[in-house]
Ligand binder design. Structure first.
Ligand SMILES: NC(=O)C1=CN([C@@H]2O[C@H](COP(=O)(O)OP(=O)(O)OC[C@H]3O[C@@H](n4cnc5c(N)ncnc54)[C@H](OP(=O)(O)O)[C@@H]3O)[C@@H](O)[C@H]2O)C=CC1
Ligand SMILES: C[C@H]1O[C@H](OP(=O)(O)OP(=O)(O)OC[C@H]2O[C@@H](n3cnc4c(=O)[nH]c(N)nc43)[C@H](O)[C@@H]2O)[C@@H](O)[C@@H](O)C1=O
Length: 325
């Protein structure tokens, strides 16, 4: 039986990843803080009832201190993330996430799991490449520790960059196997409303028919939205073939502005409001979109386009509304 440890497995990405690992016949040990009100949810019932799934509700640092068992794979997702967190409490975020990542790599050095899969982020890319003037499609080799091209925008990006650096040390010094993924804007039906994709779908559903709707920032800023099932599929297909120490984007290569996203949602709902930006709300970087050449070399193509993603998200929020009536 293949054994996997998933830290942060009750978060948005973790829930989907655990589902896939269980469906593929893995034995899954999940470690998650499960703090109330943070967006972490109990695993879906089939996970709880699943004989091959164990949930430890604890800080993964404590788990690392006491666990000496062997895992074939370790998927490290535990991190303080999300719009609110990244913007509001940078110091806490850096202190916590660096400590958690350091604990992971120290433990991996001692316990030597088969493969460590580190969840980095597209936020680790240099901010100077993501301006309105540059609008660069970000490719994996644009993060270089030897000849840096620039620095990330937020502390959150710095912690992910440092995490990747620690991965490289682990691979070089301990000869361990590890790979990293850099998700762009992952979204999906059961995502917390702190994230823009579900927030916009849910808001427009409520405001349906209004002459005017709003998005944050100028509305012209762009993101590369990738559906969570494609993210998980890309990981599944490459986690054994990606060279040790390498990082891979999880992206579609398609940039969508928030105004375009809101227009797509309203079209799907059958009306055409005026979409306006809200200057008082944070805008973040202007253009964050992945280069997909390396993903293509592994035969990866996303299955769910943004139109289908919007339809799924709306259907999900419709269902939630109906359940509340
Ligand atoms: N979603 C996306 O589009 C992107 C995600 N990523 C990365 O992917 C990973 C997963 O993201 P996502 O699922 O969206 O985030 P979530 O916040 O939904 O999930 C993270 C989970 O980790 C848990 N956690 C945090 N700290 C600890 C800890 N010390 N010990 C144990 N569990 C902990 C959280 O618990 P609790 O909530 O109870 O605190 C939460 O359940 C993260 O590393 C993130 O940085 C990167 C780029 C984009
Ligand atoms: C890769 C990276 O992906 C994410 O980082 P990000 O792309 O910078 O996104 P964010 O969540 O920091 O910013 C949200 C963006 O969305 C715009 N926006 C518009 N309208 C609404 C709106 O209505 N609500 C919200 N919340 N945002 C809106 C808002 O103005 C801003 O531009 C992280 O989840 C992070 O985990 C991560 O790793």
């Amino acid at each position: 039986m293949t054994r996997a440890l998933v830290t942060g497995g009750c978060g948005f990405v973790g829930r989907h990843l655990c589902d896939r690992l269980l469906a593929e016949g893995f034995d899954v040990v999940c470690v998650d803080l499960m703090k109330p009100g943070t967006g972490a949810r109990p695993p879906v019932s089939r996970q709880r009832l699943h004989r091959q799934f164990t949930l430890n509700e604890q800080d993964c640092r404590a788990f690392f201190e006491s666990a000496h068992e062997h895992f074939d794979y370790v998927f490290h997702l535990a991190a303080l993330v999300g719009g609110r967190m990244t913007l509001e409490n940078q110091t806490l975020l850096v202190a916590e996430d660096l400590a958690v990542d350091a604990a992971l790599w120290r433990w991996a050095g001692e316990c030597r799991p088969g493969t460590v899969v580190y969840f980095s982020s597209s936020a680790a890319y240099p901010v100077a490449l993501q301006t309105e003037a540059m609008q660069t499609r970000l490719s994996e080799d644009m993060i270089s520790f030897e000849r840096p091209l620039g620095v990330p925008d937020l502390s959150y990006g710095w912690t992910k960059l440092t995490g990747e650096y620690l991965m490289k040390l682990y691979v070089e010094r301990y000869g361990g196997r590890a790979v990293a993924y850099r998700p762009f804007s992952g979204y999906g039906e059961d995502q917390d409303l702190a994230y823009p994709f579900p927030a916009i779908c849910s808001r427009l559903l409520k405001e349906r028919g209004a002459p005017e709707v709003s998005v944050w920032g100028s509305g012209h800023q762009c993101r590369d939205f990738i559906h969570i099932s494609d993210c998980v599929d890309f990981i599944w297909k490459t986690m054994d073939t990606l060279p040790s120490g390498a990082s891979l984007n999880l992206s579609t290569g398609k940039a969508t502005s928030f105004i375009a996203l809101a227009e797509l949602v309203s079209r799907e709902l059958g009306w055409t409001p005026q979409v306006r930006g809200t200057a008082s709300r944070p805008e973040g970087v202007f253009f964050r979109c992945g280069d997909v050449a390396l993903q293509k070399s592994f035969g990866l193509t996303p299955k769910i386009g943004i139109e289908e993603g919007v339809r799924r998200c709306l259907k999900h929020h419709h269902r939630l509304e109906a359940a509340c009536v």
